[in-house]
Write a protein that binds this ligand. Structure first.
Ligand code: SAM
Length: 194
């Protein structure tokens, strides 16, 4: 893990808060262990394009962006509807020099999916991390599915909340699911399973 990212973590005073043994930078950023998992997943599968819904302060994008930098390949489109969050994330991303790897989009995630329909995508996404409003997980999954690679991975945050659980149950053929017992829950499936 790069010193720059570790430095940000230290400045933020990572502490354990509300989710048992899981560390958090704050109540909105994914658990630190999830950030490490995303970093490792990107290092492992080396996607050319990554989609993230819900940038917040940019930490999950930064961890995946660092993995892209080390992979020497891969770019992230991170979508955030709140202008103030986009500004904060942009600053954090600049601080760690990951502007080349991460594009921030100030948009509603579902509107961004509509916009993608108008683009001619050369590369489809190899990985999507869905972490915006938990009420939108299923809608986002359906909206972004056409833009995913045949073997792409979907990672759903907050899979242990009843709201998200109910939505995931509506996705057909759940044979390929993995549901990790993290603080807030992290569920993964692969496109080829559908
Ligand atoms: C849990 S935070 C994301 C944390 C971030 N992924 C991380 O781990 O560093 C959720 C973010 O999603 C944003 N959000 C909520 N609804 C959205 C939508 N419809 N489209 C895009 N962003 C949205 C919120 O403004 C908030 O910043």
């Amino acid at each position: 893990m790069s010193n720059a990212i570790t430095h940000i973590l230290k400045n933020k005073g990572v502490h354990v808060e509300g989710n048992g043994p899981y560390s958090q930078i704050d109540n909105f950023t994914a658990e630190t262990e999830v950030l490490h998992f995303l970093y490792s997943l990107v290092r492992l599968i080396k996607p050319l394009r990554i989609l993230e819904t819900g940038t917040y302060h940019g930490y999950s994008a930064i961890w995946m962006g660092q993995a892209c930098r080390e992979n020497r390949v891969g770019r992230i489109d991170s979508i955030e509807k709140d202008r103030d969050m986009v500004r904060i994330a942009q600053k954090n991303i600049c601080k760690v020099g990951l502007d080349k790897q991460i594009s921030l989009w100030h948009r509603d995630a579902l509107d961004f999916a509509k916009l993608l329909g108008q683009f001619k995508l050369v590369e489809k996404y190899g990985l999507a991390f869905l972490d915006s409003d938990p009420a939108l997980r299923l809608q986002e999954f359906n909206a972004f599915k056409p833009f995913m690679d045949t073997n792409a991975f979907f990672v759903f945050h907050d899979s242990h909340s009843q709201e998200v659980r109910d939505q995931l149950a509506k996705i057909n053929n759940t044979a390929g699911w993995m549901d990790f017992p993290t603080g807030r829950g992290l569920a993964i499936c692969q496109m080829s399973k559908f």
